[in-house]
Design a protein. Structure first.
Length: 532
């Protein structure tokens, strides 16, 4: 296996050895190439500087949506220009396919080692499934390990698994570059026994401010009761967790609040196990929603068809169990339902990252947190302090300070059930803790937006808004042949008072008003079911 004579040197012509920058490589390839963002260019330079300094195992921390694969593709193009061999390994078929697409985009010829693909052992760059490579080259001798001067490990937070450890040991002279949004084990501890240095991309907050990710609005219930559930290897024991979470009432809450807060958004649901996922999917279907389910046992072609339908807008909701947490890139997804509590900061960050990518017409994303994860781990754009130390854990110092040392804790808005910072106005409805003279009970299970701004931006309902809502209720009643009393009771349910007049001119309902009516119907059906 050839050795890397110039670790970290910028790519140049193979014969001359003259260094050129990554942009030069992108300009000289035959295909139109994606442009490096400014921070991506800096990350490539910092990785090369680490290698020039003698560090040969680098972990690149790249938040979901920051473009870690294109950074890797540029580094691979540099290595090819030096006549080096590269091996890129990942553990999901989707990651293999995405990496192959990015390499094609920068004009890098490569082979794929993955079940279902023809092998090309002569290619100097190989993109491999860790499972396939381990089975064919390490566990048996069906193929030889491909030569590699540069070894990439995607989703490198899994690097301590035996398959990865065995592979890295098989390449003692190779430079190893790990790629991950969450450089920690399941229990939050660092990966310092594998890597020597961290190179971090900009944070989620910075990427959001610069427009590379979309802002997120979070709605969350009161924390679910997880007392007594055992924790093993840094997370809840699944068998105990599912009995607590997979109930008719909690699943009914999910459907009800999605109709009120997430309807019209393509939605991904993270669940505890397969039975939980199927239960949620079935209840979505009962409420008239185009919902599907996938898990690790779903046939590949069926999974592809479901995700293609989601991408095309033919599927509204995809429920999944431990499938879409990594390697799934669908910018159109703009709503996340968290039905799976987790003690793992890394898993939480992986899940919320699925909906942060921008897309045409997408101005924000919505998280409906039925798991209490926001209370456990904080906001998705809180700054996390990552560490390589194998006995220390990643920390969210901002969230850790909430509720201590005069920092406000998360609490619930009594007006709209939004989760807000204690003592601050609610950015969803404008309720102010000082100006509200009377106590208002919190409706059980109601979701509300997790707000952080001190300035209240949403107005209270005034007479014109109430009149329009009244007229839209009248239109729905006429379409469904309901009596006028239904309109009055729904108006009172919304505003707490009877309407000022009995009859109004109907007005075509907006999708938001229809969604609100539907959510109330689901809530009513849930109460009836509980009484039987």
């Amino acid at each position: 296996m050839p050795r890397r004579d110039r670790p970290g040197a910028l790519a140049g012509a193979a014969e001359a050895g003259d260094p050129v920058c990554a942009d030069d490589i992108l300009r000289n390839i035959t295909r139109p190439a994606p442009r490096l963002r400014p921070y991506q260019r800096k990350v490539v330079d910092r990785i090369n500087a680490q290698l020039e300094g003698g560090r040969r195992r680098i972990c690149v921390v790249a938040p979901t949506g920051s473009g870690k694969t294109i950074v890797a593709a540029v580094l691979i193009a540099e290595a090819v220009a030096r006549s080096e061999h590269v091996l890129f390994v990942a553990h999901r078929r989707e990651l293999i396919e995405q990496t192959s697409q990015k390499l094609h985009a920068v004009g890098v010829d490569h082979g794929i080692i993955q079940a279902g693909y023809p092998t090309r052992p002569g290619a100097s760059v190989q993109v491999a499934s860790i499972q396939t490579l381990h089975a064919r080259a390490l566990r048996s001798a069906k193929i030889e390990l491909p030569p590699a001067d540069l070894l990439f490990v995607d989703e490198a937070h899994h690097v301590r698994a035996r398959t990865y450890a065995g592979l890295i040991e098989a390449y003692p002279d190779a430079v190893v570059i790990g790629l991950t949004a969450t450089p920690c084990r399941g229990d939050g501890r660092g990966l310092g026994n594998i890597f020597q240095a961290l190179v971090e991309c900009p944070s989620v907050a910075k990427l959001t401010r610069d427009g590379y990710l979309v802002p997120v609005r979070i709605f969350a219930p009161v924390r679910p009761n997880l007392s007594g559930i055992r924790v093993e290897r840094g997370d809840y024991v699944e068998s105990q967790l599912v009995t607590r979470m997979n109930t008719d009432r909690l699943v009914g809450d999910i459907i009800e609040h999605w109709h009120r807060l997430g309807e019209g958004r393509r939605t991904v649901v993270f669940t505890v196990n397969v039975a939980h996922s199927l239960h949620i999917r079935n209840e979505f279907r009962r409420s008239g929603v185009l919902a599907e389910h996938i898990d690790g046992g779903t046939p590949i072609e069926e999974r592809k068809a479901i995700l293609a339908g989601f991408a095309a807008g033919n599927v509204d909701v995809v429920c999944n169990c431990a499938v879409l947490t990594e390697g799934w890139d669908r910018p159109e997804a703009s709503c996340l339902i968290m039905a799976r509590p987790t003690k793992s900061l890394g898993l939480y960050r992986q899940m919320v990252g699925r909906i942060l990518r921008p897309a045409p017409g997408k101005i924000d994303a919505v998280i409906l947190d039925h798991s209490g994860a926001v209370f456990e781990h904080g906001f998705p754009d809180d700054e996390v302090v990552w560490t390589l130390h194998k006995d220390r854990r990643a920390e969210n110092p901002t969230h850790a300070a909430r509720g201590h040392h005069h920092a406000p804790a998360l609490t619930t808005c009594p007006e709209c059930s939004a989760v807000r910072l204690e003592g601050w106005p609610c950015i969803l409805c404008g309720w102010h803790p000082i100006r509200k003279p009377r106590p208002v009970e919190v409706a059980d299970g109601e979701l509300g937006e997790v707000g952080r701004e001190r300035a209240a931006s949403a107005p209270q309902y005034g007479p014109p808004e109430r009149e329009r809502f009244h007229r839209q209720l009248a239109a729905i009643a006429r379409q469904r042949a309901y009596k006028s009393g239904w309109v009055a009771h729904k108006y009172r349910e919304k505003f707490g008072t009877w309407p000022p007049t009995r009859f109004v001119e109907p007005l075509e309902p907006t999708p938001e008003v229809r969604a609100w009516v539907r959510s109330r119907a689901i809530a009513y059906a849930k109460v009836l079911g509980a009484q039987r």
